[in-house]
Design a binder for this molecule. Structure first.
Ligand code: FE2
Ligand code: FE2
Length: 148
C-alpha cells in the first residue's frame, strides 16, 4: 500500500465517511449487476443482459475513482459492499436496480453539496460526472422495466 501523505485539500471526517458509503454502494451494484447479468439468459432479457453488463462495469469504475479520491484525501477505502440483492425474476431485479440508482442519485447530490461547502471542488466535480451517469442508469432501467 502507498504511504499516507498530507493532501493540500483537507475535508471533514463526515465527508470521508460519505465517500466510503458511496464506495460500498458502488461495489454492491457492480457485483449485483454482474450476477444479474450472468443469471439472466432468456430471450425477453436479451437487451437487459447487455445493459446489465456495461452498467456493472461502469459502477466498478466509479468505485475505483471514488476510492482514489478518498485515499488522496487521507481515508482508507472500504472493501465491504452494501447488501447485494440479485432477485429471482427480471422484473424483481430491475425494480431493485431502479431503487439503487435513485438512492445513489440522492446520496451523490448530498456529497456534491457537502464537498463544495468544504471547498473541495475536485470531489464535487467527480461526483457531478458520476451523478450524470447514475441518472442515465436510472433512466435506462426505468425504460427497460416498461417493456417487461
Ligand atoms: Fe455508480
Ligand atoms: Fe449506476
Amino acid at each position: 500500500m502507498a504511504e499516507k501523505h498530507d493532501s493540500v485539500t483537507k475535508v471533514s471526517k463526515k465527508l470521508l465517511n460519505s465517500l466510503n458509503e458511496a464506495i460500498a454502494r458502488e461495489v454492491q451494484v457492480a457485483i449485483q449487476y454482474m450476477w444479474q447479468h450472468v443469471q439472466w439468459g432468456g430471450v425477453k432479457g436479451f437487451a437487459v443482459h447487455d445493459e446489465l453488463k456495461s452498467i456493472g462495469i461502469a459502477e466498478m469504475k466509479h468505485a475505483e475513482a471514488i476510492a482514489e479520491r478518498l485515499f488522496y484525501l487521507g481515508g482508507i477505502p472500504t472493501t465491504k459492499p452494501s447488501p447485494i440483492f440479485v432477485g429471482n425474476t427480471l422484473k424483481e431485479m430491475i425494480k431493485r436496480d431502479i431503487q439503487d440508482e435513485a438512492n445513489a442519485i440522492t446520496l451523490y447530490k448530498q456529497i456534491i453539496e457537502a464537498a463544495l461547502k468544504e471547498g473541495d471542488v475536485t470531489t464535487g466535480f467527480l461526483f457531478k460526472q458520476i451523478l450524470q451517469q447514475e441518472e442515465d442508469h436510472h433512466d435506462t432501467f426505468t425504460t427497460l422495466l416498461e417493456d417487461l
